[in-house]
Ligand binder design. Structure first.
Ligand SMILES: Nc1ncnc2c1ncn2[C@@H]1O[C@H](COP(=O)(O)OP(=O)(O)OP(=O)(O)O)[C@@H](O)[C@H]1O
Length: 677
């Protein structure tokens, strides 16, 4: 009822008969905009019969308010119209100037779009259908392809295109970028809607206020210029700083010689062409005594050097650069200077050992140009590195940097999450982890290498502490692995070992492992599962350790323990056979009966005995089946065949005779066989 009463106030000055249903809707909507009380104070000079609304269909209240305001500003003249203006009104007028570049049909299509106020760009390419880009997606503005006349109509209304093929519309923030053919004729236009958005930098207010030099990084179109413009305004108006914008493409301060109100009291220097940006930067410092310098798009080494020089003079610097993360800058030879420069340092043996790293490491060369950096993820989310130097150092040493994730919630309030260097839990995929479990081959068991090792001790050790996983690391910095283990709070459950034979798992860098067949063979012979990562980043290491831990929880450790126990039994059985042969069968020519063993171990013992060219026989019934080593020479081919032909329940005396009959070989060994090497 209250609203209806207000409505009557609004309509009081009009003739009620002129109020169509739509007009009533409009007036009703006006009640929701803050300027509505003012409206009644202004005599309307245009009869409402000329009211231009055909229909109103707006999805969002805010859009509705803006459109209504704009329509009123555009269609009526008020005796004191300046009292009625607001930033929204200004924007609507500016948006109108961009839309004026478009042919009539396109203009009306885009004007009717419910997301008009969020319009990002209009794209016009010769011979193609024009597109309007909204945050929600692209929208075809006309089925008629763009003609040369359409392009000429648009370009005639904008300023001159500079060497970077960008132009603007005077006293607006829009950016018109041209695509040319080989004859330099314009055949395409990207018309970017520029807008000053108060509050777009509020997530960074604390840093701005503290006088931090801030580098904003983000991909094209993410909103860097919009934020930097607001920072310029904030510093100049709210903190009363002397701010100078070096405005290379006139994007921050808008086209024309009078800067846009969006930059507040900040001053702006134009740049004749982008190659001159670094010179204008220095000139700004030398001639205009700024406390703050704002630069959009540092892209070349010269610009980076100029920025670095300015920072050294104690001037607060706020700049943008293309890229997604700090790593992108570190690996960019033109821009690495912004993060302090990177150099390769060779450490002495002692220092490398102390740090637990390779001898050649990457280090930051000097102080970074900016004190902090901000990765712009989206218009509402930023990743803030409060100490850029600490971040760079962390990245270079393979650690995760400290980062604050700042978000704007739906109420426009700041949400802040402090991220300690930790695991990237969003990436749980195991696909980058190549897990390979290598099987022990039985033939290795009978090898001399196996026998000459001291597996009994190893077995004892591995059974000592069943809960601790021992990890052998190859090709990866041990400090990084230790850091990952500590982050996962697994330092008691997982320990590194230098001895591959006592390891439960091998963690290796894929490229390094491929080149070292020795390590692969060692892992095979010790039956160690191999976990491989492609890069030795902390995130990868952390993921692989989590995978290892989960495999262990699912039985790797148990199976390893079983394997160890099995391996121990095999070793024991072979050692028993060796001692029997070397101390009794050969020197004394006597038969030795071995201990009962499982059938697969008995097979290994038979193979082993065969290497001494001796005969052996199985005796007893399950579970007491055992071997007898006979002091008879056997041919390698026949040994096992002959022995297997004998029933397990035969008695020793029986198969002595049987063997004699089968082979017809002498019962007494007349020559000692050669011992294995
Ligand atoms: N907070 C915001 N809310 C709504 N629109 C925004 C916001 N920030 C930026 N925009 C819009 O997004 C578009 C791209 O913004 P802007 O030009 O600032 O991006 P940029 O990162 O500087 O792009 P480029 O790297 O191509 O210069 C513009 O149309 C701008 O008006």
């Amino acid at each position: 009822r209250e609203k209806v009463q207000k409505l009557s106030l609004v309509t009081e000055r009009t003739t009620s008969t002129l109020l169509s249903r739509q007009t009533q809707m409009l007036c009703f909507s006006l009640l929701q905009i803050p300027q509505i009380p003012l409206l009644t104070q202004f005599p309307l000079q245009v009869p409402l019969s000329k009211f231009p609304f055909k229909a109103l269909h707006f999805s969002q209240k805010s859009s509705l308010q803006k459109v209504v305001t704009k329509k009123l500003c555009g269609c009526f003249s008020f005796s004191n119209s300046s009292a009625f203006t607001s930033p929204d009104d200004d924007f609507d007028v500016e948006l109108g100037r961009l839309l004026a570049l478009l042919p009539e049909e396109m203009r009306s299509r885009v004007s009717e779009h419910p997301e008009l106020h969020d319009l990002v760009e209009v794209v016009m390419d010769l011979g193609r259908r024009p597109l309007a880009r909204f945050p929600s997606g692209d929208f075809v503005l006309s089925d008629c392809p763009i003609t040369l006349q359409d392009l000429e109509h648009a370009t005639a209304q904008v300023g001159d295109f500079a060497i970077d093929n960008r132009a603007g519309i005077s006293r607006t923030l829009h950016r018109i970028s041209a695509i040319r053919n080989r004859k330099h004729q314009i055949i395409g236009l990207t018309c970017r809607v520029g807008r000053a958005i108060p509050g777009s930098a509020s997530l960074l207010r604390d840093l701005v206020q503290d006088g931090a030099s801030i580098l904003l990084i983000g991909p094209p179109g993410v909103g860097k210029t919009t934020i930097i413009r607001e920072i310029a305004r904030m510093l100049a108006n709210d903190y009363k700083k002397r701010v100078m914008i070096v405005d290379t493409s006139n994007e921050i301060g808008g086209d024309g010689d009078i800067p846009h109100s969006g930059i507040g009291n900040a001053r702006r220097m134009q740049v004749p062409n982008s190659d001159m940006q670094h010179k204008v930067l220095i000139e700004a410092v030398e001639n205009h005594m700024p406390q703050v310098i704002i630069i959009d798009e540092i892209g070349t080494k010269l610009e980076a050097m100029a920025a670095s020089t300015i920072a050294q003079r104690g001037i607060q610097l706020v700049a943008t650069a293309h890229g997604v993360t700090i790593e992108n800058l570190i690996v960019n030879p033109s821009l690495e200077m912004l993060v302090g420069g990177i150099q390769s340092v060779t450490l002495g043996d002692e220092e490398a050992n102390r740090r637990g790293v390779q001898k050649t490491v990457l280090e930051r060369k000097g102080p970074s140009t900016f004190s902090c950096a901000v990765e712009i993820i989206s218009k509402n989310e930023l990743r803030v590195h409060c100490s850029l130097e600490a971040t760079v150092d962390a990245i270079l040493s393979g650690r995760l940097p400290n980062v604050e994730v700042r978000k704007m919630n739906s109420q426009g309030l700041k949400d802040m999450v402090q991220m300690e260097p930790s695991i990237d839990t969003s990436v749980e995929k195991k696909d980058e982890i190549l897990f390979e479990e290598l099987q022990m081959k039985d033939e290795r068991i009978a090898s001399n290498e196996f026998i000459s090792a001291s597996p009994l001790n190893e077995g004892e050790n591995s059974l000592e502490d069943e809960t601790t996983i021992r990890l052998y690391v190859y090709g990866i910095l041990e400090v990084s692995v230790i850091q990952a283990i500590n982050q996962l709070k697994m330092d008691t459950a997982l320990q590194l070992t230098d001895n591959i034979s006592e390891a439960d798992a091998l963690l290796a860098l894929q490229s390094k492992l491929k080149k070292n067949s020795g390590i692969q063979a060692a892992a095979k012979s010790h039956d160690i599962p191999i976990y491989v990562i492609k890069t030795s980043s902390l995130v990868q290491i952390t993921k692989v350790i989590k995978a290892l831990a989960s495999d262990c929880a699912n039985g790797l450790k148990d199976s390893r323990s079983e394997e160890n126990a099995k391996s121990l039994e095999k070793t024991d059985a072979l050692e028993e056979a060796r001692i029997a042969i070397e101390q009794v069968v050969i020197p004394k020519g006597e038969t030795v009966e071995l201990l009962p063993r499982p059938s697969h171990i008995i097979l290994l013992q038979m193979d082993f005995i065969q290497k001494y060219q001796l005969q052996s026989e199985k005796i007893g019934r399950e579970p007491d089946v055992r071997l007898c080593i006979l002091p008879y020479q056997a041919s390698l081919d026949e040994g096992r065949k002959s022995s297997e032909s004998v029933g397990a329940d035969s008695r020793l005396d029986d198969f002595r005779g049987t063997i004699g009959e089968l082979n017809g070989s002498p019962l007494i060994v007349d020559r000692l066989p050669l011992l294995p090497d």
